[in-house]
Design a protein around this ligand. Structure first.
Ligand SMILES: NC(=O)c1ccc[n+]([C@@H]2O[C@H](COP(=O)([O-])OP(=O)(O)OC[C@H]3O[C@@H](n4cnc5c(N)ncnc54)[C@H](OP(=O)(O)O)[C@@H]3O)[C@@H](O)[C@H]2O)c1
Length: 266
């Protein structure tokens, strides 16, 4: 896999996170190409990662794996006129949110294998989670997994429509945790802590809780019960959260994100 030729169409934040991850994982930098319209961005990517760059999207169509990493509204323009250049030995991995397999097929034809991926921003620090969907074969799936493992965990969904729920849970999810950290720090300040102290406490509490969720092998509910002694301080806070409807707020907020994902995709 280290020798796969991988080309990115669009050299923005997500492409850079994936490139950094691939190089960290030992992928050879000379096999990576980025097609990107912005000359300063191209120069920077080349000097930072020692990869090849071009302003011609056509050149990217020669790779084994082509990663479509432009904004959803830029997809049509980025792939215009490319369908004749793509064959069955190649694979297109699209990270463009909401752009369906059907719409991608209209642009790239029926030959190339297609994988859709919904990553999330913690990919920027190698701690993302990506959900993948493909109608392609096993070889195509393992290449896509190799690619996305470079920026964190991976999982597959068997129905394309589940990517809307994925978007609502993990795509938008980091922002929910950022909001909670912001609110927790604010609450600390209102109890008299300095802004800096409250922010550090909230940030490192989020990090510690996240690591325990990943590393302990226990469910969130078990971990919560473990740190909640009857009639203690944590119990006092959680009682208020339940009484004031936090579970229903989270359910309806995530449902709203999923609805919006459907709207944006149509
Ligand atoms: N960020 C996330 O958390 C996240 C999560 C899940 C999915 N995604 C998806 O990932 C994709 C990329 O997001 P991003 O945050 O990396 O966006 P971004 O930073 O805006 O990157 C897009 C890049 O593509 C370039 N570009 C624009 N038109 C092009 C064209 N016709 N051909 C080639 N390159 C072109 C842009 O250049 P200019 O700046 O010069 O226009 C920019 O450098 C999006 O579709 C998004 O839905 C992102």
């Amino acid at each position: 896999m280290e020798n796969l030729n991988i080309a990115f169409v669009g050299g923005g934040n997500m492409a850079e996170a994936m490139i950094a991850g691939l190089i960290r994982a030992g992928h050879r930098s000379e096999t990576i190409l980025v097609a990107e319209p912005d000359a300063d961005r191209r120069a920077w990517l080349r000097s930072e990662y020692n990869i090849r760059v071009t302003d011609e999207n056509r050149q990217a169509m020669e790779a084994d794996v082509i990663v479509l990493a432009v904004k959803p509204q830029q997809v049509r323009q980025a792939l215009a006129g490319m369908s004749d250049l793509l064959g069955p030995e190649q694979m297109l991995v699209s990270i463009a949110a909401g752009v369906t397999t059907e719409r991608l097929r209209e642009l790239v034809g029926d030959d190339v294998q297609l994988v859709r991926v919904m990553p999330n921003t913690p990919a920027l620090v190698g701690a993302g989670i990506s959900a993948l969907y493909s109608e392609g074969d096993e070889a195509c799936r393992s290449k896509a997994e190799y690619l996305m493992r470079a920026c964190g965990e991976t999982l597959w969904v068997s129905r394309e429509k589940d990517l809307h729920a994925v978007t609502a849970v993990s795509g938008s999810g980091p922002a929910y945790f950022f909001l909670l950290a912001e609110l927790l720090a604010g609450a600390g300040q209102s109890l008299g802590l300095s802004a800096d102290t409250a922010a550090r406490l909230a940030t490192h509490t989020a990090l510690g809780a996240g690591r325990m969720l990943v590393e302990s092998g226990r469910s969130p509910s078990e971990l919560r019960q473990q740190v909640t002694s009857p009639n203690g301080t944590t119990q006092a806070a959680l009682d208020v959260m339940y009484e004031q409807g936090l579970p229903e707020i989270v359910r309806s907020a995530v449902a709203a994100a999923a609805r919006r994902s459907v709207e944006l995709g149509s």
